[in-house]
Design a protein around this ligand. Structure first.
Ligand code: EPS
Length: 389
C-alpha cells in the first residue's frame, strides 16, 4: 500500500491516490467523510475551518460500495478557492498584477517558507507555503480513513486523542478500553479525558489567541487488535515501530515520537521497563504491563500499541517574530492575517490516520492482499497459529 497527495492549500482541490487496497473491501464515502469532519474540529481552530466543509468525492477504485483493487482516488474541494481564483489560477497573469499575486517575500520563522524558497528558487514564497500548509493533512486523513476501514474489518481499531496542550497534562487511566478512550475524547472540545485539564487547556488556547501566539502539545494514538509479530527484527527497514515513527514525524509541525513510556525508559532500571510475559488458556500470551507500548524488536507484541507525538506550536503567528524580507534584506516583524492558535486536537485525528495507514500497510505487506476475503482468512489463520505457539 502507498499513497500520494496533491493540492495547494488555496488551490482547487486536494487529491489522494491510494494504491494497494485489496479488492472486495466494503467502502462507503461516509466512512471517509466522518474522518474528514473530525479533523476539522477542535477548540483553537481559526477562521479557515468555518469556510471549509471537507467532504470527499471518490473518483476511482470503488464500485457499488466495494473496492476494485485498482487505485482509489479521493478528491476534497477547497471551498476557499473561490476567493483565490486569480491568485491561485493556473493561467499566466498579465505583467502589472503584483497586487493580485499577493507575492510572499517575508518568510515566517518556523515555517517551510525560506528553506523551500531557496531550494526551489521561489522568490514568491507563496509557492512554498501553499503546499507546505497543514491543509494537506486532509488528503492524508482520507488515505488513513480507507486504511481504518480495512483494519476494522480485521478486528483492529485505532483511536487518537490529546494528552497535553501547552504543558497542561491530561492523565489517562491505563485501564480504559479503546472504546472508552474514543467516546470520552470525542465528546471533549480538546479531545482529551481529564475535564479539569481540558478546562485549563481551553483557557490556555484563549490566552494564546488573545496574545496572538500559538501553542503546541502531545497527541497519543492507541491501537487494539494488532496480532503479534507484525514488522520484523531481521532488517532495519522492516521494523514497524521505526516506520510508524518516521510517518508520525512527517506530520506538519511534529518534532518527536515516543512508544509506551518512551524517554522515561532512560531513567528507569530494566526491571522497571520490560513487560513480563504471561500465558493463560483464555488470552494466550500476554504481558503484565505495556510499558514498551506494544513493540519489541521492531515487531508488535499483540498488546495495545501506544504511541505519542509532539507537535510544536503553529509557526503562523499574529504576534510578530523577527525575520528578513528577501527582496530588501531589511529586518521586519512577521505578522499574518489568520491562523489557528492551536491545532493539537485536530492533529490527534491526523496522527490516528497516519498510524492507521502504516498498520494497514504492514498487514498487507505481511499477508496475501489482492483479494480482501483471502487476506482476512490469512490473518485469522495466523492469529490461530500464534495463539497455539
Ligand atoms: C495553515 C494555515 C491556515 C489553517 C490551515 C493550515 O489556513 P489559511 O492559510 O487558509 O488561513 O487553517 O489548515 C487548514 C486549512 C486545514 O485544513 O487544516 C498553515 O499555514 O499550515
Amino acid at each position: 500500500m502507498r499513497y500520494l497527495t496533491a493540492g495547494e492549500s488555496h488551490g482547487k482541490q486536494l487529491t489522494t491516490i491510494i494504491e494497494g487496497i485489496p479488492s472486495h473491501l466494503p467502502l462507503l464515502r461516509e466512512q471517509i467523510n466522518e474522518s474528514l469532519i473530525r479533523r476539522q474540529g477542535g477548540y483553537g481552530r481559526g477562521k479557515r475551518m468555518q469556510i471549509e466543509k471537507d467532504l470527499v468525492e471518490i473518483t476511482s477504485g470503488v464500485r457499488h460500495g466495494y473496492t476494485l483493487g485498482s487505485p482509489i482516488t479521493l478528491v476534497v474541494s477547497n471551498d476557499d478557492f473561490k476567493h483565490w481564483t486569480d491568485i491561485m489560477g493556473e493561467d499566466p497573469l498579465p505583467e502589472d498584477t503584483q497586487k493580485i499575486r499577493r507575492t510572499v517575500t517575508k518568510p515566517r520563522p518556523g515555517h517551510a517558507d525560506l528553506n523551500g524558497g531557496m531550494k526551489y528558487g521561489h522568490r514568491d514564497m507563496r509557492n512554498v507555503l501553499e503546499r507546505s500548509s497543514a491543509r494537506e493533512t486532509a488528503a492524508r486523513v482520507g488515505a488513513g480513513a480507507v486504511a481504518k476501514v480495512l483494519l476494522k474489518e480485521l478486528g483492529i481499531e485505532v483511536t487518537g486523542y490529546v494528552r497535553e496542550i501547552a504543558g497542561i497534562v491530561s492523565d489517562v487511566d491505563e485501564n480504559l478500553t479503546l472504546q472508552q478512550r474514543r467516546e470520552i475524547s470525542e465528546a471533549s472540545p480538546v479531545r482529551t479525558f481529564d475535564e479539569k485539564a481540558a478546562e485549563k487547556m481551553m483557557h490556555a488556547i484563549d490566552e494564546a489567541k488573545k496574545e496572538g501566539d500559538s501553542i503546541g502539545g502531545v497527541t497519543e494514538v492507541y491501537v487494539e487488535g494488532m496480532p503479534p509479530g507484525i514488522g520484523s527484527y531481521v532488517q532495519y527497514d522492516r521494523k514497524l515501530d521505526a516506520k510508524i515513527a518516521g510517518s508520525v514525524m512527517s506530520i506538519n509541525a511534529y518534532k518527536g515520537v515516543e512508544f509506551g513510556i518512551g524517554f522515561e525508559a532512560a531513567r528507569r532500571n530494566g526491571s522497571e521497563v520490560h513487560d513480563e510475559i504471561l500465558w493463560s488458556e483464555e488470552r494466550g500470551y500476554y504481558r503484565r504491563t505495556n510499558r514498551l507500548g506494544g513493540f519489541e524488536g521492531g515487531m508488535t507484541t499483540g498488546m495495545p500499541i501506544v504511541v505519542k507525538g509532539v507537535m510544536k506550536p503553529i509557526p503562523t503567528l499574529y504576534k510578530p517574530l523577527q525575520s528578513v524580507d528577501i527582496e530588501t534584506k531589511e529586518p521586519f516583524n512577521a505578522s499574518i492575517e489568520r491562523s489557528d492558535s492551536c491545532a493539537v486536537p485536530a492533529a490527534s485525528v491526523v496522527m490516528e490516520h497516519i498510524v492507521a495507514f502504516e498498520l494497514a500497510k504492514a498487514i498487507t505487506d505481511e499477508f496475501p492482499a489482492d483479494y480482501f476475503p483471502r487476506l482476512k482468512r490469512a490473518v485469522d489463520d495466523y492469529r490461530k497459529e500464534v495463539r497455539e505457539f
